[in-house]
Design a protein around this ligand. Structure first.
Ligand SMILES: *Cc1c(COP(=O)(O)O)cnc(C)c1O
Length: 381
């Protein structure tokens, strides 16, 4: 035995030896941060309008802010999820055992994948659906079955038909991002009645709070009849807490037990827990956010109509607008760049198979107006 190992014939590339399914992942592309564009263009960050990540333009609820300040002295302690679990359980009329908290609802989508997917298994989701579904699936070495959309929305009949013997998860975004399309309650129910009970059906309701009251349904109540249903919600959108990372799932307690086994024990931090409890109790802020979104959506779509642009009718706090081609060539990427140069950040959605659209988040009235004016200028170029 020699003390010195003989030199390897070639450098050991640990990255090349990572599993193929990990190496094949194309990273998530977030909306461009304000600070990054400010650095790129040498602009004042305060002059930049970001309508790229479906954040709440009102910021966070004053009650959540006060709760965060009050929780600071406890930051040396590990978090206790008890209060938020109890508050979510009370809101939905379920036992605390039916609630799982996530570091954003993204974390819950990952937990579902970790609990039910793996090599030799598959998930089903729609074309143009939220980007995290393929990412969470692929990270587990499972296969993605992408079902063609119908009018940009989920085709539930086709999704049902796409379920294979190796399918363990179906992801349904309602409303969907980035299309804003919505499936009425009875369509989702019919799907649940026909889907195999051995398949977890994730109903991702990240934009539920923006739905018109007539369209809202007590989807959590369906879990009694459909124990394979997992409903997810987030505090990132209407609740205005995207930067804190907190969301939750409601599901059958036995499903929750599985998700909790793959959950990091302290996955939601103290500030997020405190803020989320307070946000759940701030009905006034939610009503204000809802009303602002309705008015802003009307402002944006009226602006599109004036410019002769088509858009996908949206039930969220964002809308995807079609950028007309020039000489048959897609122009959305160039318009995105032109908007950036004018200090306006929106979201290109070519990665979602929508190379002719740009997704814009509903902002404050003055932000929407700046975007519309910049868009008109970009299109005139
Ligand atoms: C934004 C979003 C989420 C989750 O975001 P988190 O910040 O991780 O809670 C989930 N689903 C859809 C469709 C979204 O658009």
């Amino acid at each position: 035995m020699s003390a010195q190992p003989s030199p390897a014939p070639e450098p050991l590339d640990l990255c090349e030896r990572a599993p193929d399914h990990v190496r094949a992942i194309s990273p998530y592309q977030p909306g461009k941060p304000i600070t990054e564009l400010a650095r790129d263009l040498g602009l004042d960050a305060a002059s930049i309008v970001k309508l790229a990540s479906n954040e709440n333009p009102l910021g966070l609820s004053p009650k959540a802010r006060a709760a965060i300040e009050a929780a600071i002295p406890e930051l040396a302690r590990y978090p206790d999820q008890y209060d938020l679990v109890a508050a979510v359980a009370a809101k939905h009329g379920v036992a605390p055992e039916a609630v799982v908290l996530g570091n954003g609802s993204n974390d819950l989508l990952e937990m579902v994948a970790a609990a039910f997917l793996g090599p030799g298994r598959s998930s089903v989701f729609a074309q143009h659906a939220f980007a995290v579904y393929p990412l969470a699936t692929q990270a587990r070495g499972a296969a993605s079955i992408v079902v063609p959309a119908r009018d940009y929305g989920h085709d539930l009949d086709a999704m049902l038909a796409a379920i294979r013997a190796d399918t363990h998860v179906v992801f349904i975004a309602n409303p969907n991002n980035p299309t804003g399309t919505f499936l009425p309650a009875d369509a989702v129910r019919r799907f649940l009645e026909r889907a195999p009970r051995s398949v977890a059906v994730v109903l991702d309701e990240a934009y539920n709070e923006y739905l018109a009251p007539a369209l809202r349904a007590d989807t959590v109540a369906w879990i009694r009849e459909h124990p394979n249903l997992v409903v997810t919600r987030t505090f990132s959108k209407a609740y205005g807490l995207a930067g804190l990372r907190v969301g939750y799932a409601v599901c059958h307690p036995r499903v929750a037990d599985l998700l909790n086994r793959v959950r990091q024990p302290f996955n939601v931090n103290n500030l997020a827990l405190a803020a989320a409890v307070a946000a759940l109790g701030d009905a006034e802020f939610m009503a204000k956010s809802y009303a602002l979104n309705r008015a802003g959506m009307a402002q944006l779509t009226e602006g599109f109509a004036r410019m002769g642009l088509a858009w996908i009718p949206s039930h969220g706090n964002f809308v995807s607008v079609a950028i007309p081609r020039r000489d048959a060539a897609p122009r959305a990427a160039a318009v995105y760049q032109s908007l950036l140069r004018q200090g306006v950040i929106v979201r290109p959605v070519g990665g979602y198979g929508m190379p002719d659209h740009l997704r814009v988040t509903v902002g404050l009235p003055e932000e929407n107006a700046r975007f519309l004016a910049a868009l008109a200028r970009s299109l005139a170029q």
